[in-house]
Design a protein around this ligand. Structure first.
Ligand code: PLP
Ligand code: ZN
Length: 401
């Protein structure tokens, strides 16, 4: 069973899966891992899944057959909203390294180890770097990470503690990506950049399997996903197609919604202009660091999914995002990453516009934990900063009284 080959998403060419691959050698297209789904269909039963491990690896039949490098990623809670009866918050902040990036890196690093690769490299807006560093450490592989120098401090620190080689770059993730590309051959690095190897999509597609399983094998009417490079959205869409071929769901699909920050919204712009690819966003700026991706390598895939699903693309301004972080924290008890809270902004806008109504089941992805952004968030969105209690020494006991 399992993985049979890679297929180019542009020209449809097949490549063997017994050696590591990046992108299509002919046209640079993103490669998808393909499986013998007919064979899997004849053997795998979705209802047997409930007895399995609470991790992405419960979907072993539709993942590559290799010894997993796992830190317990996936199978995150699907929380019913306290505010909107038909809304769920899929809380990816509970993953190892505090974001959904763990899913993709678990599978990418598993396969790198399986192929015998030793040195991995990636540009990152922050969280992907942290996840790569952790999984590479667990696998005993070298990680070389290029990040903008102003990433949240947690991202720098986790990479450092996990023993990764970090280069801080005076620029954006696109500049970091160029630096990896320039150096990788000379250094003998395998490039695990977003969509430049096939397995991060495989890890992230498990979010699609989980949405279906956790909703009792029914898909919601909508999914809102904070989109930078777009792998989460692309992965889930791939999962839905696989599940239909496995007979696990029917032809129904959610309306897929991309949310981006107003300060970096290349997909929203391309969507509004009805283009099939995006243009590089100039002067990208937002405090939702993971959304500061001026040009997504898989933009053609993202825009195609939005179109085919009857979805849309929405932007959220930083001050709206800040307010949404506070709102979710106070109403839902979820302290979300700014990227995740952008989903709430998008939902509010799409309810106001009538795109979604109160009866629609909609899943909002909180893609990460706010704990990774404390340096960015302190004092944001309120006029008065909380009074810190002064400590006083009372009879040898130091207390904040
Ligand atoms: C918390 C968070 N949410 C969303 C994203 C965007 O993810 P993707 O690049 O898969 O679209 C990122 C990327 O860094 C992130 O860190
Ligand atoms: Zn191709």
């Amino acid at each position: 069973m399992g993985l049979t080959h890679f297929e180019c998403t542009r020209c449809g060419d097949h490549l063997p899966a017994d050696s590591p691959q990046n992108t299509c050698p002919k046209d640079g297209g993103v490669l998808y891992a393909r499986y013998d789904l007919a064979l899997i269909r004849s053997k795998a039963r979705k209802h047997e899944l409930k007895h399995r491990l609470a991790s992405i690896w419960r979907y072993a039949e539709v993942l590559p057959d290799a010894k997993p490098v796992s830190l317990g990623e996936g199978f995150t809670p699907m929380l019913p909203s306290r505010e909107y009866p038909n809304v769920y918050v899929k809380d990816e902040g509970l993953n190892p390294t505090g974001s959904f990036k763990a899913r993709g890196m678990s599978v990418a690093v598993t396969m790198a180890k399986h192929y015998g690769l030793k040195k991995l490299a990636a540009p990152s807006a922050g969280n992907a770097g942290g996840a790569l560093a952790a999984y590479a450490a667990a696998a005993g592989l070298e990680a070389h990470i290029f990040m903008p120098k102003d990433v949240p401090i947690a991202n720098r620190m986790e990479c450092d503690y996990h023993g990764a080689h970090v280069t801080l770059v005076d620029g954006l993730i696109s500049d970091c990506g160029r630096m990896v590309a320039e150096r990788k051959d000379k250094q003998g690095w395998f490039d695990v950049s977003t969509l430049k190897e096939p397995f991060r999509v495989e890890g992230k597609k498990t979010m699609g399997y989980e949405v279906a399983e956790q909703l009792g094998w029914r898909l919601p009417q909508g999914i809102i996903y904070p989109t930078g490079g777009g792998v989460g959205l692309i992965g889930m869409w791939k999962a839905f197609d696989e599940m239909e071929q496995l007979g696990w769901i029917g032809p129904e699909r959610p309306r897929m919604v991309t949310v981006q920050a107003s300060g970096c919204a290349p997909i929203v712009k391309a969507w509004q202009e009805e283009k099939s690819t995006s243009e590089m966003w100039i002067d990208a700026e937002t405090f939702a660091a993971g959304l500061r991706v001026p040009k997504a390598y898989g933009d053609y895939l993202i825009l195609d999914i939005l179109r085919r699903s009857g979805g849309t693309a929405v932007s959220a301004a930083d001050d709206e995002i800040v307010e949404a972080v506070r709102h979710w924290a106070s109403i839902e008890g979820v302290l979300a990453a700014p990227e995740g809270a952008a989903s709430l902004v998008a939902y509010q806008k799409l309810r106001a516009s009538g795109f979604f109504n109160a009866e629609d089941t909609v899943v909002l992805f909180n893609t990460g934990s706010a704990y990774k952004y404390l340096d960015r968030m302190e004092g944001k969105g309120r006029t008065v900063r909380p009074e810190l209690p002064a400590s006083r020494n009372i009879g040898g006991i130091i207390g904040p009284y």
